[in-house]
Design a protein around this ligand. Sequence first.
Ligand SMILES: [Zn+2]
Length: 351
Amino acid sequence: MIESNDQKRLYYNALLDKNTEFDGVFFAGIKTTGVFCHPSCTARKPKFENCEFYQSAEEALLRGYRPCKICNPLSYPQELPDEVKLLVEAIENNPEKKWKDYDFKQLGLNSVSVRRKFKKVYGMTFVQYARSRRIGLAFKAIKRGSKVIDQQLNAGFDSASGFNDAFTKIMGNPSTKIKIKLLNANFIETPIGRMISISDDDFLYLLEFENRRGLETEIFKLRKKQNARLIYGATKISILTTTQIQQYFNQKLDQFTIPLCLDGSVFQKKVWNILINSKQGEHLTYKEIATELGDKNKSQAVGNANGANQIAIVVPCHRVINSNGEIGGYGGGIERKKYLLTLESSKKETP
Ligand SMILES: [Zn+2]
């Protein structure tokens, strides 16, 4: 999201002028209607304070905005092909659905050419688009749900047992037989995208990029394991996490000191601890970690443990690369892994 006031004013003026030159440069989220638009949209223009500006459509979707029907904000620079329009409509008719490749096939939208067109127009795949839209809605509902639960708590309800959080509809409810825990979701802006933290006043449970593949499954498992509902809010731990993540990106942090709730097998925890004890600028390989744990043939298991990490950056799984020097995979995307490794290798030791 664009934060600088000068920039916001510039973009707002472009929006008022319906300036086509800015189409594709930014997207305007309209808080009052919940849609996002091209600057050149012909719909009535909102007040400045009701606008948010985004550099990508994905960001606007993740913030819970839906594409405007008047200006088709994702169509720049060409007209939206009919198949693509059909697809966006199908998703809008059922935005909370967990769309799979199979569903798109059912709509007759699985040809290579439609896929290619979609990717070109939207800068993302069908499945990514549907996921961004769905997660955006869930996050928005978490914020709304938190107000409801605040009211319940203020009204004297001592537990949140009657409360369904935003993920209930998508993912089902945790068991209601034992005490339900409340975990707080919060967001952190970073130079490589927004992150979501999930914490209570004691521990950090999850820290991930909001568009990470598999995020919903991670949240589902966490809610189930902890028998928790998610609300939106800050905790001592989320505040500490925000501070340290910002210091990290400004190259002002040597070591994270956030209390973590690590949930995994004994083996996974051993792997994570090796990562936590590694230094910025250091690279590890799967094989090295396996050897350190006493069995050099366990590279694959180390890889799996690495992939199961859900506390990005703080448990630095991005430091693990392939034995042949190749960068290897990353849940948050290879570009982010490269960024983090470059950031760390250029950091000067603070005396
Ligand atoms: Zn519009």
